[in-house]
Ligand binder design. Structure first.
Ligand SMILES: NC(=O)C1=CN([C@@H]2O[C@H](COP(=O)(O)OP(=O)(O)OC[C@H]3O[C@@H](n4cnc5c(N)ncnc54)[C@H](OP(=O)(O)O)[C@@H]3O)[C@@H](O)[C@H]2O)C=CC1
Ligand SMILES: O=C(O)[C@@H]1CCC=N1
Length: 298
């Protein structure tokens, strides 16, 4: 199979998309890209550890599901591989890879495993393998991920441009994508991939605050989620009058804070309790954890 044949998508002729690991992140990626018909279900191949997980995938209509990664990789020697296991399991995956395999294209979504470590630990990877690190979020499931990705450009690698284009199109299918240097991937991971968890906590806290004042839980949850969605859309949609490239976020914040009004009292309370500092520290802590994981993964 030539490079260009491999990289067609959305048809039964394409190279299989092989997911090593079929947990939360793989499920979000697969749900998003199958919904967009980027790949057909029968071209998705998944390996998991337990029969229980394998059965869950089969019940969703996926037929190529394995509980033995070596067996899967031997069956699919020329696929596009997406590594979706926890970083701690990466060494186990390496040991499950057939030694005579020469993969051409590998995408890793693992946090804290840098490109040089990926190349060094996958000893069968030839100088002709394109490796891309991609950092999507669980919002891939509804094609709303803020994905980041990085790679080392090397003109000597056969078809590298085509593989990068494919990865970019895959990422665009599940949301937006920013290509960034690897040294920025950990902070980008914190705000792009980890922050959905913190935003869920923020929305939950908003709802809790209103419930404490007597609003019904169901209404509070819907109102809080929509309020956050609307605010984010105003930042991203210039029809709001806001230009994300040129203007400070405070410009919109100031429009909500009526002089002597309610919102500025909330701003005061948030500042008093270290809201901004707490968020900055969360980003820093997540990013630093990925730095530490990268050192441990060497
Ligand atoms: N969750 C997120 O929001 C994000 C996660 N990531 C990255 O994605 C990766 C996966 O995270 P996540 O999906 O949350 O983790 P999960 O624990 O949900 O999934 C891990 C999966 O790996 C499978 N697995 C374990 N060992 C093996 C093995 N030897 N061979 C094949 N599969 C195996 C597990 O199988 P079983 O189900 O049978 O146990 C499970 O399906 C991590 O590296 C993380 O850094 C990146 C961005 C965001
Ligand atoms: O918590 C984690 O390590 C993964 C990576 C980013 C989001 N979830």
């Amino acid at each position: 199979m030539t490079g260009s044949e491999e990289l067609k998508y959305g048809s039964s002729e394409t190279a299989p998309l092989v997911f090593i690991g079929g947990g939360n992140m793989a499920a979000a990626l697969i749900t998003g890209c199958v919904a967009k018909r980027f790949v057909e279900k029968d071209r998705v191949v998944i390996s998991v550890r337990t029969e229980k997980s394998a059965e869950k995938w089969r019940q969703k209509g996926y037929v190529n599901v394995f509980t033995n990664t070596l067996e899967m990789l031997e069956k699919y020697p020329t696929a596009i591989y997406i590594i979706c296991v926890k970083p701690q399991i990466f060494d186990e995956v390496v040991s499950s890879w057939p030694v005579n395999s020469r993969p051409k294209f590998i995408v890793s979504v693992m946090a804290g495993v840098p490109l040089p470590t990926l190349s060094a630990k996958l000893p069968f990877v030839s100088g002709n393998t394109t490796i891309i690190r991609m950092m999507p979020s669980v919002a891939s499931s509804i094609c709303a991920s803020a994905t980041t990705m990085c790679y080392e450009k090397n003109d000597k690698i056969e078809n590298q441009e085509a593989y990068i284009k494919y990865a970019r199109e895959f990422a665009e299918c599940i949301g937006t994508v920013e290509i960034i240097p690897e040294r920025c991937l950990n902070p980008a991971m914190a705000i792009g991939a980890s922050s959905p968890a913190w935003t869920f906590m923020y929305i939950e806290s908003l709802a809790d605050g209103a419930v404490a004042q007597g609003l019904g839980r169901a209404e509070a949850k819907r109102i809080a989620a929509q309020a956050v969605l609307g605010a984010a859309q105003m930042l991203l949609n210039s029809e709001s009058g806001f230009d994300i490239e040129k203007q400070h976020f405070g410009w919109l914040k100031d429009q909500v804070c009526s002089p002597g009004g309610t919102t500025i009292e909330g701003v005061r309370a948030l500042e008093k309790h270290g809201f901004r500092s707490a968020v900055i520290e969360a980003v820093s802590a997540a990013s630093k954890k990925a730095d530490d994981m990268a050192k441990a993964a060497k």
